[in-house]
Design a protein around this ligand. Structure first.
Ligand code: IMP
Length: 180
């Protein structure tokens, strides 16, 4: 079922069909790479939930799921990148094969913080899978093992990504009209 585009949407970037097809491809890569191991998907609340649940259903490997929530702040000079954990994981990741699931990697500051924090908890392996990658805005270099789509330098919503907590439930990814 498709619903009418909200008025703030400029154009659809990826349709439901394109998203589903691409997630199946990435899930096949993951299934191959984690053969014989148990993979633990760690979702970053709230944006990655929609992507994680779709991906998880297509991964053909024994799989566990956990979530963590983060808050991002600007520092005193207004620069982004001060991140802290607002809801921690329910279980230890020591000795586990962890695949961190992100909705979008933009500046990379959030992912850098998460990788530093999680690697200190002695997982057996720690890899990253992101739904979207906006490489053009990267401020810090971060490793990404799996990505579904590279996107242009525009604000996007849908399939978990929000603007003021809205639009997460769109089945597609869309570019927002510039807000005045
Ligand atoms: P980073 O720390 O700059 O890489 O930012 C990552 C976070 O910023 C993501 O997890 C999103 O919550 C948010 N974000 C960045 N770009 C967008 C966007 O285009 N739409 C919605 N959220 C975004």
């Amino acid at each position: 079922m498709s619903i009418a585009s909200p008025p703030n949407i400029e154009r659809v970037l990826f349709t439901e069909e394109q998203i589903d097809r691409r997630i199946r491809e990435v899930a096949a890569e993951i299934s191959r790479d984690y053969q014989g191991r148990v993979v633990k998907l760690i979702g970053v609340l709230k944006g990655s939930v929609f992507f994680l649940t779709t991906l998880a259903r297509y991964v053909d490997a024994p799989l566990k799921v956990d979530f963590l929530g983060i808050s991002s702040f600007s520092n005193k000079s207004g620069a982004p990148g001060v991140v802290r954990i607002a809801k921690d994981l329910d279980e230890s990741i020591e000795g586990e094969d962890v695949l961190l699931i992100e909705d979008i990697v933009d500046t990379g500051l959030t992912l850098r913080y998460l990788l530093q924090t999680l690697s200190g908890r002695a997982p057996n392996s720690l890899s990253v899978c992101t739904f979207l990658d906006r490489n053009s805005r990267r401020l810090v270099q971060v490793p990404i093992n799996y990505r579904c789509f590279e996107i242009p330098d525009r604000f996007v919503v849908g399939f978990g990504l929000d603007y003021n907590q809205l639009y997460r439930n769109l089945g597609y990814v869309a570019v927002m009209k510039p807000q005045t």
